[in-house]
Ligand binder design. Structure first.
Ligand SMILES: Cc1cc2nc3c(=O)[nH]c(=O)nc-3n(C[C@H](O)[C@H](O)[C@H](O)COP(=O)(O)OP(=O)(O)OC[C@H]3O[C@@H](n4cnc5c(N)ncnc54)[C@H](O)[C@@H]3O)c2cc1C
Length: 382
């Protein structure tokens, strides 16, 4: 095995990095995960994740973690309602016996992280290790972190998400703006702070689509409601809009203006004091991106192929990268790490390109006139 007696550094303890660490440890590898979060109990932001059979679930299966998943997944969390701006219902999976959501079970980010963390050998994750830079040393890299500590590794895997710094050591290819910017809001204790919409969601998801805009929301197991508006705006809108996104009142003013034809019941999303807002312009990498394979460095997950979330593929792709990379690194047929990485990157970039194309189709469809009709047709396999 080409990674025998090699020190492997995975930078980033998201779903991709932790899955890889688990799978490599199962193969006897020497792995550390350098994660910027201060400790294992830091709250993980973001909506629930649906795991797909051939990717996210397959990764957990290979990692021997399906039992943990089955104990923690949320059967009703994926049930979807499709509405228009006036709350007219076009699809309600809560009333269907067999729904599309059953093939894609949902789990919250925190329990998924916990399952993966608990599967690792003690002290695998080095918390509070915010990667800053690295330099060549011997046959590998010396990694420097914000906490003034440095670590040596023979092989570095950048798994630190969309704003990867490690990516720049491999390629200068820049992300492309998708045309859509999301505004994310998290409302703690939504049963109290946004009761009407909480009831509408019924423990599941809502996609409200109209006038080339989207409003997606879901309820997490801890009672938090996470919502995302999606609008076609210029790339620099967040800066140029003049909105201070840390001031809820300013964002609410923008929402009332931008969504002024939408039913006033949606305003509830901004009315409580308990909403935390983050603007998120959506990017992707060119479909033909490629780089020269290195012998001691690669990427996985969002660091390699960030894409908008409108096909729900991001976490699934990251976890598939993890099991494909682990397989390549442990495959006896490769004589060098570089050969193994070459095979991994070839397959990963092709798959990511196809998934990015499908995601961009969905992104455009959801933010165009007639979005509800298009989505219903898609669900019906047309
Ligand atoms: C608004 C939004 C909604 C989404 N919805 C969905 C969805 O419904 N379904 C889906 O499949 N995907 C969704 N995604 C995408 C999904 O969250 C990502 O694709 C997935 O989390 C990628 O996993 P990852 O392990 O590559 O990176 P991440 O999950 O981003 O993890 C990266 C890790 O690296 C750490 N890190 C970052 N920088 C450093 C550093 N410098 N040094 C050390 N550590 C660092 C971070 O703290 C984090 O723990 C969504 C994304 C967004 C933004």
């Amino acid at each position: 095995m080409v990674i025998e007696h090699k020190k492997i550094a995975i930078v980033g303890g998201g779903p991709g990095g932790l899955t890889l660490a688990r799978l490599l440890q199962m193969k006897g590898a020497d792995v550390k995960v350098y994660e910027r979060d201060a400790h294992k109990n830091v709250r993980v932001q973001g909506a629930t994740l649906d795991l797909h059979e051939e990717s996210g679930l397959e990764a957990l299966r290979r990692a021997g973690l399906m039992e943990g998943f089955t104990a923690n997944y949320r059967p009703d969390a994926g049930k979807l309602k499709i509405l228009d701006k006036d709350f007219k219902v076009y699809l309600d999976e809560h009333s269907l016996l067999n729904s599309h959501s059953e093939d894609r079970p949902e789990i919250d980010r925190s329990p998924l992280r916990k399952i993966l963390l608990e599967s690792l050998q003690p002290d695998t994750v080095v918390w509070d290790s915010h990667f800053i830079s690295m330099e060549k040393k011997d046959n590998g890299w010396l990694l420097h972190c914000k906490n003034n500590k440095s670590y040596y590794a023979d092989l570095v895997i950048g798994a630190e998400g969309a704003r990867s710094k490690i990516r720049s050591y491999l390629t200068g290819i820049q992300p492309v703006y998708s045309g859509v910017t999301m505004v994310e809001g998290n409302i703690a204790n939504a049963e109290i702070n946004a009761l009407e919409i909480f009831k509408w969601a019924n423990g599941g998801k809502i996609f409200a689509l109209d006038e080339s805009k989207s409003l997606l929301l879901s309820i997490k197991g801890d009672g938090t409601l996470t919502f995302y508006t999606g609008c076609n705006v210029d790339e620099n809108w967040v800066r140029e809009s003049g909105i201070d996104f840390s001031k809820k009142e300013q964002v609410f003013e923008w929402f009332k203006n931008e969504f002024h034809t939408w039913d006033k019941r949606w305003n509830e999303l901004f009315e409580s004091e308990n909403v935390v807002i983050i603007p998120r312009p959506q990017y992707y990498y060119p479909l033909d991106q490629a780089w020269e394979t290195q012998s001691d460095l690669t990427l996985l997950g969002d660091a390699a192929h960030v894409m908008p979330p409108y096909a729900g593929e991001g976490v699934n792709m990251a976890m598939q990268d993890a099991f494909e990379l682990a397989e390549c690194l442990a495959d006896q047929k490769f004589r060098t790490i570089k050969e193994a990485l070459k095979q991994y990157e070839k397959n990963m970039l092709k798959r990511a390109s196809e998934m990015t194309a499908a995601t961009l189709d969905n992104t455009n469809l959801i933010h165009a006139e007639g979005a509800v009709d298009h989505l219903l047709k898609m669900f019906n396999g047309e």
